[in-house]
Design a protein around this ligand. Sequence first.
Ligand SMILES: O=C(CO)[C@@H](O)[C@H](O)[C@H](O)[C@H](O)COP(=O)(O)O
Ligand SMILES: [Zn+2]
Length: 192
Amino acid sequence: MKDIIMNILDQSIRVKEMFIKNNIDLIVKGADRIVISLASGHKLIIFGNGGSAADAQHIAAEFVNRFQIERPPLAALALTTDTSVITSIGNDYHFDDIFAKQIRALGKKDDIAIGISTSGNSANVIKAMEAAKEMGIFTIGFTGSGGKLAEVADMTFSVESDTTARIQETHILLGHTLCDLVDRILFPHLMK
Ligand SMILES: O=C(CO)[C@@H](O)[C@H](O)[C@H](O)[C@H](O)COP(=O)(O)O
Ligand SMILES: [Zn+2]
C-alpha cells in the first residue's frame, strides 16, 4: 500500500511538473486573456462533468469570492450548479445540450468559456464550446492528451497523462495558477 501511495505521488508530481514546464508561456497568455475579459466587464463561464464539474465550481468560487488576497469580486459562473436547469434540458432535450443551452442563454460576446474534459470527448462540453465560438466567446479547453476538445477550443491546455485523476489534479493546479496570475495583474497594489 505504501508503495502504491508513493507511486501515485510520484506520478502526480511528474505530470504536474511536465505540464508547467511545457506550458509556462501559454499559462501567462491565458491569464492575460482572462484579464482582458474581466477588466472589460465580461465573465468566465466554466463547465465539465463529474470531478471536472467540481473543478468548474471550485475555480468559479475563487474568482467570485476571493483567492489569496482581499480584492473585489470577479465575474465567474459554473454551469454545473442549477439542477433545475440541468435536469430540464437533459430531460426535455438531451444531456449533450446541458451546457450549450446555458451558454446560449447566459453567454455574451467577449466572455470566456472554459470547458474541462479529461478525455476531451464529452459531447456536452464540445457542444458548449461550439455554441460559445458561434457567439464570439473566447474558448479555453482544459483537457488531457487526446480528444476533440483541443480541435474546438481557441486555446487548449493539454495535460500529458492517460490517468484521469492525474489530469484532474493538474487542472486544479492550472486553475489556481491562473487565479493567482489574474489577481497579480489586476490588483498589483493589493499584493503583499
Ligand atoms: O472524477 C472522476 C474521475 O477521477 C469522474 O467523476 C469523471 O470526472 C467523470 O467520469 C467524467 O464524466 C469524465 O468526463 P471527461 O473528463 O472525460 O469529460
Ligand atoms: Zn476525480
